[in-house]
Design a protein around this ligand. Structure first.
Ligand SMILES: [Zn+2]
Length: 156
């Protein structure tokens, strides 16, 4: 980095103090020209993730909303608080790992569907009925039919 004092020299690092994975990082620097010394501090700034909604508006990604949606779908189902929490964390980390800045709401919904399908089929259908906005019973049948087919195969 360029020296902030004389704006000529290279403000080079001569010492840095930080623990692996902890912030802020302090760096001792010295200018190659004017020889002034200073510490610089590097902080970790997390970019807040935004969700792109269906109507193209954006709102901050809220893990609480995700949890609420899952809780509703899993209401009175044999799913422990721990399983629910693990599912929330898995979805959250998958989103943060694959998306930076923005994530379409459909991606979040699909991830929830994917997880719920493995976790509990009733919860899955409950969530799907809200998420896919089932208009009538035929939409519902369409959603559950593949599951029923799989089950039939398993019991045969
Ligand atoms: Zn300088």
């Amino acid at each position: 980095m360029r020296c902030p004092f004389c704006r000529e020299g290279d403000f080079a690092v001569v010492d840095s103090r930080h623990q692996e994975g902890s912030f802020p990082i302090r760096r001792r620097r010295i200018c190659s020209e004017c020889k002034r010394k200073a510490w610089t501090i590097e902080k970790l700034e997390e970019t807040p993730l935004k969700v792109i909604k269906k109507n193209d508006t954006r709102e901050p990604f809220d893990v609480e909303k995700l949890r609420e949606g899952l809780e509703k779908a899993c209401y009175k189902r044999p799913i422990t608080a721990e399983q629910l929490e693990t599912t929330v964390r898995q979805i959250e980390s998958e989103i943060y790992a694959c998306y930076h800045g923005e994530v379409p709401t459909s991606v979040v919904g699909d991830l929830v569907m994917e997880r719920l399908q493995q976790l509990d089929q009733v919860a899955y259908v409950r969530f799907a009925s809200v998420y896919r906005e089932f208009k009538d019973v035929s939409d519902f049948v369409q959603e559950v039919q593949p599951m029923l087919k799989r089950r039939r195969k398993m019991t045969q």
